[in-house]
Unconditional design. Structure first.
Length: 174
């Protein structure tokens, strides 16, 4: 179960509210009851460490890709993606209708920011190593390279490119 949580986190570094819906007056008072074994210590997706927090993260946020009820990888915020023939470059096209909970459009640069944030040594993200397959992620996390050298680039507002150090089968399963 922890492996599934970590795999989902790999491509869910940047999160948005499912469906991009903005709360309206009709939804002003919503109570969410979820059977969980404990209260979360944080809802900062770069600092979570427990299964209980992972349950809430999956319920509250949507990543580039998600898993359906058959554990198949399906579109999330990304409506489609391509993988280069050498398995090193993933190019994600974001949904045009993806929005943050405040109504702002989700942009590829938002994902770049969060990929950089999790690798930033100042964040001290406990599971930053889960994204070490991304080009330069480990060196950045260890303070040996600059954030701008991370293999995550916004090609435009709706196109995110992630470059890996080497083909990584578990990255494509996320």
């Amino acid at each position: 179960m922890l492996r599934q949580l970590m795999n989902a986190a790999m491509l869910s570094a940047a999160m948005v509210v499912p469906g991009g819906l903005v709360a309206t007056q009709a939804f002003a008072e919503v109570v969410y009851n979820r059977g969980n074994d404990t209260d979360p210590t944080t809802l900062d997706h770069h600092k979570t460490t427990t299964v209980a927090e992972g349950h809430l993260m999956r319920d509250l946020y949507e990543g580039l890709v998600v898993q359906n009820n058959k554990a198949e990888v399906v579109p999330g915020v990304a409506e489609s993606w391509e993988i280069s023939d050498d398995g090193l470059v993933y190019t994600f096209k974001l949904r045009q209708d993806a929005k943050w909970s405040n109504g702002d459009p989700v942009k590829a640069s938002d994902f770049v920011f969060t990929y950089q944030r999790i690798q930033n040594p100042e964040t001290a993200a406990p599971y930053a190593n889960m994204q070490y397959p991304i080009l330069n992620a480990e060196a950045i996390n260890k303070g040996e390279k600059e954030l701008a050298e991370l293999g995550a680039k916004a090609l435009d507002d709706n196109t995110l490119e992630i470059t890996l150090n080497a083909p990584t089968p578990t990255f494509s399963n996320c």
